[in-house]
Design a protein around this ligand. Structure first.
Ligand SMILES: Nc1ncnc2c1ncn2[C@@H]1O[C@H](COP(=O)(O)OP(=O)(O)OP(=O)(O)O)[C@@H](O)[C@H]1O
Length: 815
């Protein structure tokens, strides 16, 4: 400390000698008062040892930056951070009420015009320390920060701009490289970076329309979905009046982004996940999920996303700031099937979910793999996909029956604590979670209602899926309303995602829709669900109020995950899960799994897809002759940056005069539905088996959403709960209990058998007492019988419950 004081005095001396030759401030009452305030500020920042010399020289806070000069004042990294934090408060937040600071000749070497601090300082502290407002003093990372020669900082204006609008579409990934190399960094850019986090919408709802597939084309099905301005979507629902007159009902929707059939998976990534990647390093827990009916393209959409995300995360991890802080990326992949968790990367091992004392969800036994290179991620995703529960549906030969969750977690590892090697030579588990992103490929949304032709097992599956989708929506609702209580216990899915719903979270929902007329009802249900989720989003409302598409033109400065976020701080949470180094294991499986079915999806390019899904340019109409005199209209697709041909029937509005008048101008989700009508609809829905997985009611949201909160409240009254939710819950619980009881029974039986063997051994001994033997055997057998009877009773009860459930299901579904 003595040495430090000496240096502080040196700083004071330096500061005292103003370039102009005099002191900066006259000593006097005012300056005394200022000194006292200054001293208090420094004291509050734990820098009182810097205060005394300053006070004696009548220095004011404007010269604080000088203390950052090498050799003066604050010496340790921690001190510099504290000082910086203080200065930021004083100079940038206007708390001091002082005039803006004008660099003097003396300080000009230190204060960059934009950046404020020297490269040397930036090199020391890098990205991790910039958002000091967001950090407690206890989170300062001084000990771990290794001083390095100045590295070109990633906080260049270009990189910052990339996030001004998180829907920006990056046209060239090379741009990232260019921006990364740009050393013309401004420290103030970090201010933008800090606010950038808030620019990424908390909830984003994106719709993706897939092209017509071969089957639909061969059936000459119509494409009834048109997309415009990358944000608007119209479903042209073919309908028949009672007098069999055909007409088309138009349903219009507006979302944060609508991606048509020409949009590639790459572009999907840029619109949805890429903007979130940098803020993963800012304690963000992000969730990206796909929703939609079976065969609508959820898996196709979701599968490439983790790979791309891993690519960007790994690239960021290689930035010196994170490398120096021992940040690592971990991957896990599991599924929720029938309310149970299975590890997709560990032979479908059944997993348990527990909460630790800090209410952190911990999936016991889940294997995590360190991601050292991106190629291995692909292999693991393929391996996990192959292990997923799938089955065949009418719409999709390989339909997902489970929710698959792939998590990429950035952890900060402490060298001493976490680098112990375990027996396998793998790095031991541990590390503080910095942020994570979960990718969820949900089971087909219509499964809850898809019960007519299915057995009980499928119905239970469907109801479970139904329940989790509703629970998910509830959590998103609560999340967006900043509610303290998030109903994550509503389902296993939301329970697992619990930590994605608290704190700094981001949610992206990609609603996948099929364009064919036959899927119209499901498509509308999916869009209504998405509409409901969107209406929960404050940002969504704000966007809608502006009434313009949120998508910028394609050539706008692209969004880039290349820039590093401003702040890095870590949660004080340790996960204690087994982790295996990916490099050690991943390669071994690569060859074996190269033939997995989903592998092709990764590399499928839109061009190859187009050949599978030729453009539907048919002239005939399935609705009514002459009704759909389809014209292929050139529509400018600003999103993909080219003019793309789309199946859009201008004749819907122009050529079908006799039918047009019958078309509802306002789609159900957008009109105000009278209370009675809603009740009626709800009643009708409840009569159906399981309703529909999608929001089965007509949204009460109006075009003008300024009072959307009120609407939310109103519509919530009518929001149906899954009708057989309680039953399903109870059945799942009883099932668990039965299996547990059976296990216990086996253990007890084995114990009893051991006792019987002992009895036999004793009775065989010469001179043994037969009375003893008889009494004890009688006792043991009674226990054995009681155990069996109890298990049988439980089994009978469960069988009864299953029967009941089946009867109920049959009643609900008129066959
Ligand atoms: N946008 C798209 N471009 C090209 N092909 C697509 C697109 N969307 C879906 N497909 C193809 O459609 C088929 C069904 O897609 P996918 O398996 O992703 O549906 P899903 O919604 O995951 O279904 P399920 O819920 O039954 O699992 C796949 O063969 C897939 O390759």
């Amino acid at each position: 400390m003595g040495g430090q004081m000496q240096q502080s005095n040196a700083a004071a001396t330096a500061l005292y000698d103003h370039p102009g030759g005099g002191t900066l401030h006259n000593a006097g009452p005012a300056s005394d008062a200022g000194d006292a305030v200054m001293a208090r500020w420094l004291q509050s920042a734990g820098l009182q040892h810097l205060a005394s010399p300053l006070a004696s020289t009548g220095i004011d806070h404007r010269l604080l930056p000088n203390l950052l000069m090498q050799g003066y004042g604050a010496q340790s990294a921690e001190e510099k951070q504290r000082l910086f934090k203080l200065m930021r408060n004083l100079n940038f937040n206007g708390e001091s009420g002082s005039e803006p600071y004008t660099p003097t000749a003396q300080t000009s070497g230190v204060v960059a015009s934009e950046g404020f601090y020297s490269p040397e300082f930036r090199g020391d502290f890098g990205a991790g320390l910039l958002d000091l407002h967001a950090m407690d003093d206890t989170e300062l990372l001084s000990e771990h920060v290794i001083s390095e020669p100045f590295e070109p900082s990633p906080f260049m204006p270009g990189a910052t701009r990339a996030f001004d609008n998180d829907f920006n579409v990056m046209t060239s990934r090379q741009q990232k490289g260019q921006t990364e190399a740009d050393p013309s960094v401004g420290f103030l850019a970090n201010e933008k970076e800090n606010t950038k986090e808030n620019n990424v919408a908390k909830i984003k709802v994106v719709v993706r329309k897939r092209p017509l597939n071969k089957k639909e084309l061969s059936r000459k099905e119509d494409d009834i979905v048109t997309v415009s301005d990358n944000a608007y979507l119209t479903v042209h629902e073919p309908k028949l009046k009672v007098d069999l007159t055909a007409y088309v009902e138009k349903h219009e929707f507006c979302f944060d982004a609508v991606l048509d059939e020409h949009v590639t998976n790459d572009e999907v990534y840029r619109v949805t996940v890429e903007p979130i990647i940098p803020i993963i390093f800012q304690r963000t827990k992000a969730t990206c999920f796909a929703y939609g009916q079976t065969g609508s393209g959820k898996t196709f959409t979701m599968q490439p996303l983790p790979l791309r995300a891993a690519e960007d995360l790994v690239r960021l991890l290689h930035q010196p700031t994170y490398r120096n802080q021992r940040f690592k990326l971990w991957l896990s992949y599991f599924e929720i099937y029938g309310g149970k968790l299975f590890d997709l990367l560990s032979d479908r091992k059944k997993l348990c979910m527990r909460e630790d004392g800090r209410q952190q969800v911990c999936i016991v036994g889940l294997q995590e793999f360190e991601v050292l290179d991106v190629q291995i991620v692909k292999e693991y995703i393929e391996r996990g996909n192959a292990a997923r529960s799938t089955g065949s549906t009418g719409a999709n030969e390989e339909s997902s029956r489970s929710h698959a969750i792939l998590q990429l977690v950035v952890k900060k590892h402490n060298e001493i604590k976490d680098s112990k090697r375990n027996n396998d030579g793998n790095e031991a588990k541990g590390g503080k979670i910095v942020g994570k992103i979960s990718f969820i490929d949900l089971a087909g949304s219509e499964r809850g209602a898809d019960t007519t032709d299915n057995d009980r097992q499928t119905r239970i599956e469907g109801a479970e899926i139904n329940k989790s989708l509703l629970a998910l929506k509830e959590c998103i609702r609560a999340l967006d309303n900043d509610q303290i209580h998030i109903p994550f216990r509503g389902s296993k899915l939301t329970e697992v995602l619990r930590d994605s719903f608290v704190g700094n979270s981001r949610t992206v929902m990609i609603s996948c829709i099929s364009p064919n007329a036959g899927s119209c009802e499901h498509t509308l249900n999916t869009l209504r669900y998405a509409d409901r989720v969107k209406s929960l989003s404050k940002s969504g409302n704000a966007k809608k109020d502006q009434g313009v598409s949120s998508l910028p033109p394609v050539n706008k400065e692209s969004s880039s995950a290349a820039s590093l976020p401003a702040s890095v701080d870590v949660e004080d949470v340790y996960e204690q899960q087994p982790e295996v180094k990916l490099a050690d294991m991943g390669r071994r499986t690569a060859d074996k799994e190269s033939s997995y079915n989903h592998a092709a999806d990764f590399d499928r390019q839109p061009s190859s897809f187009s050949s599978n899904y030729p453009f539907n340019a048919r002239e005939e109409s399935a609705v009514a002759p002459g009704l759909i005199d389809r014209e292929r209209v050139e529509m400018k697709n600003t999103f993909v940056g080219s003019t793309s041909q789309k199946m859009y029937s201008s004749s819907y509005s122009q050529n079908s005069v006799d039918t047009e008048e019958k078309v509802q101008k306002v789609s159900p989700p957008r009109r105000k539905v009278p209370r009675e009508e809603k009740s009626e609809k709800l009643g009708n829905w409840l009569k159906k088996e399981g309703g529909n997985t999608d929001m089965p009611f007509t949204s009460s949201k109006q075009q003008n959403t300024s009072n959307s909160n009120i609407n939310n409240v109103v519509s919530r009254q009518y929001e149906p709960e899954p009708p057989n939710d309680g039953n399903i819950n109870a059945i799942l619980e009883e099932e668990e209990a039965l299996i547990a009881a059976h296990r216990k029974e086996i253990e007890d039986t084995m114990e009893i058998v051991r006792e019987e063997m002992k009895l036999l051994a004793e009775v065989d001994q010469p001179g043994s007492l037969i009375d003893n033997y008889v009494t004890q055997l009688s006792f043991v057998l009674s226990r054995k019988a009681a155990g069996l009877v109890s298990l049988q009773a439980r089994l009978a009860r469960f069988q009864h419950r299953l029967k009941e459930q089946e009867i109920l299901s049959r009643k609900r579904v008129p066959r």
